[in-house]
Design a protein around this ligand. Structure first.
Ligand code: EMZ
Length: 385
C-alpha cells in the first residue's frame, strides 16, 4: 500500500531553516520551502523576476536548449498582463459545455478500451495519449495530430536517461514553426491562428511570440498532466474505498481533485532570479541569484495543512500552491482540473478496482533532496464494475 505514498523530502530543512540549497548545472539555487515565504516571493515580481534569460527559471535550467522565451510565464509585469488578457479566455474554454462533452468522449473511450486489456502501462499507454488527445481540444487542432505528439514520448525536452536533450527540443520547435507558417498562410480557428491575429500590449503578436506561447502549452502541460493522471491512478488502485466514498458523496469530488493536486504536486518547483541584493528567510542573496519557489514543499507545510502527509479526500480548506501562486498562476489549470474531474467520474462509472502489477518510480534528483514526482512506468489491470 505504499506505491501511492509520496514522501516529503523537504520537511527537515523547511522546519529548521526555511530554505534549502541545490546545484543546477553549476548554478546554485536557494529553494524557498515554507508556504508563507513561497507565496510572498511569488507575489514580489520586482525582486524575484521571471523574465531573465529564456529557460533560466526552469529547474533544470533550459538555457542550453532554447533561446525562445516562453510566454507568458517568462515575462514580468506589466507586459505579462497584456498576454494573460488574451490567453485567459482561451484557456478557460474547458469550462464550456461543448469542450467538456468532447473531453468526456475522449476519456470515456480510452477507459473503455483499457478495460478490455489484461495489462497496460499507465504512463505511456494511458496518461500520454490522454494528455495528447486532450491537447487537441486546448489548441483546437485536428484530433489526428495527437498521434504525432504521442510519438514524441512523455517529455518534450528530455529523452530517457538524459536530463536535457537539444535534439529532442528541436523536434518540437520545428513542428511548431511549420504549424505557425501553416496557420499564417491559411488561418483556421485554432490557437495558432487566433494568436497570430491578436494584439497584446498594443502590438500584434510576432511569430516568435506565438511560438513562445505554443511551446509553453506543449511543454508546461505535458509531464505535469501525465504525472497527475498516473499518480491519481496509483492512489485509486490502493484506495478502492475512496472510489466507493466518491460514488456515495459526489459532492466532494472537487475537494478530492484539489487534494490530489496538492499531495502529488506534479511540478516540484519553479525558479525566479533576484533583481537586487535581498534576503530570503534571513539568508542573504546577491542580485542575479536563482531561487526556487518549491511548491511541493509548501504543499506539505504542517503550519498550513493538518495531516499534510495524508490524502484527505474531503479536505475543506486547501490553499495549495501546486498551480503556482499570484501573477504567474498556471494558465492550464482549468484544463488540468477538467481532465481529472472527467477521468475520476469515468472511473466511478466504469471501474470497480485497479490492480498494480509492476512499476518504476520517477525520482527527481535535486542534489541533497530526492523527490518522487511520479512513475516512469506503472503497469496495471483495470477491473470493470
Ligand atoms: C516550462 C515549464 C512550465 C518548461 C509550468 O511549467 O514546464 C516544464 O515541464 C518545461 O520543460 O519549458 O514549460
Amino acid at each position: 500500500m505504499d506505491k501511492s505514498k509520496f514522501l516529503d523530502p523537504f520537511e527537515k530543512e523547511r522546519i529548521e531553516k526555511g530554505f534549502g540549497k541545490m546545484d543546477d548545472q553549476g548554478e546554485e539555487v536557494t529553494m524557498v520551502l515554507v508556504h508563507k515565504d513561497v507565496r510572498k516571493c511569488a507575489h514580489n515580481a520586482k525582486t524575484y523576476q521571471s523574465g531573465a534569460a529564456p529557460g533560466r527559471i526552469v529547474i533544470p535550467s533550459e538555457e542550453n536548449i532554447r533561446d525562445i522565451r516562453q510566454i507568458p510565464f517568462e515575462v514580468d509585469p506589466p507586459l505579462h498582463k497584456g498576454f494573460r488578457d488574451i490567453l485567459d479566455p482561451w484557456f478557460k474554454r474547458p469550462l464550456e459545455e461543448e469542450y467538456t462533452a468532447k473531453l468526456k468522449n475522449q476519456i470515456q473511450s480510452l477507459v473503455k478500451e483499457v478495460l478490455r486489456r489484461d495489462s497496460l502501462d499507465i504512463v505511456s499507454e494511458f496518461a500520454l495519449p490522454l494528455q495528447s488527445r486532450a491537447l487537441t481540444l486546448l489548441l483546437n487542432t485536428p484530433y489526428a495530430q495527437a498521434e504525432t505528439w504521442i510519438s514524441w514520448g512523455t517529455h518534450v525536452f528530455r529523452s530517457e536517461g538524459s536530463a536535457l536533450d537539444a535534439d529532442k527540443a528541436n523536434i518540437l520547435y520545428d513542428y511548431i514553426d511549420k504549424e505557425i507558417e501553416r496557420a499564417s498562410a491559411a488561418p483556421t480557428d485554432d490557437l495558432y491562428s487566433v494568436l497570430l491575429a491578436s494584439e497584446a500590449n498594443g502590438k500584434k503578436l510576432t511569430k516568435e511570440e506565438v511560438k513562445g506561447v505554443i511551446i509553453l502549452t506543449f511543454a508546461g502541460g505535458r509531464d505535469t498532466v501525465i504525472n497527475a493522471v498516473t499518480n491519481s491512478i496509483s492512489y485509486f488502485s490502493e484506495h478502492p474505498e475512496s472510489l466507493e466514498r466518491l460514488r456515495n458523496e459526489p459532492e466532494i469530488l472537487n475537494n478530492t481533485i484539489e487534494e490530489l493536486i496538492r499531495y502529488f504536486s506534479p511540478l516540484t518547483q519553479m525558479g525566479r532570479i533576484t533583481t537586487e541584493d535581498t534576503t530570503v528567510c534571513e539568508h542573504a542573496l546577491k542580485a542575479d541569484s536563482k531561487i526556487s519557489l518549491c511548491w511541493a514543499s509548501a504543499n506539505r507545510d504542517a503550519n498550513v495543512f493538518e495531516n499534510a502527509n495524508e490524502i484527505v479526500i474531503d479536505r475543506k480548506i486547501n490553499p495549495h500552491v501546486a498551480f503556482g501562486f499570484g501573477t504567474h498562476n498556471c494558465l492550464g489549470a482549468t484544463h488540468a482540473r477538467q481532465i481529472l474531474k472527467i477521468l475520476i467520474s469515468t472511473l466511478l462509472d466504469e471501474v470497480k478496482s485497479i490492480d498494480i502489477l509492476d512499476y518504476k518510480e520517477n525520482i527527481e534528483d535535486l542534489g541533497h533532496f530526492k523527490r518522487k514526482v511520479g512513475f516512469d512506468s506503472l503497469h496495471v489491470k483495470f477491473n470493470s464494475k
